[in-house]
Design a protein around this ligand. Structure first.
Ligand SMILES: [Zn+2]
Length: 82
């Protein structure tokens, strides 16, 4: 198996120990915390959990506002503190 390909995978299929094969998975939101969200990956064959992913609030925000850049406010702040 190509290791590099495995690292870049989007979790559409994961190895399931019960099915002993790479199975398509379902992503399920498991837990929402103030600073992160945890997703569970369930095997569509037997329904057991085959993986987990954490998305931090920072990552999520970055993905959402990637295109939008906030104007820098450091200049204005400096003027106020002078
Ligand atoms: Zn399975």
């Amino acid at each position: 198996m190509n290791q590099q390909q495995f690292e870049n995978f989007t979790a559409s299929s994961l190895y399931c120990e019960k099915c002993r094969a790479a199975m398509p998975v379902r992503e399920r939101l498991l837990l929402v915390l103030p600073d992160r969200e945890i997703f569970d990956y369930l095997c569509t064959g037997c329904g057991s959990s085959v993986g987990r992913r954490e998305v931090t609030a920072g990552e999520k925000r970055m993905a959402q506002t990637k295109a939008r850049r906030r104007p820098r406010r450091s200049a204005a702040l400096r003027q106020l503190t002078l």
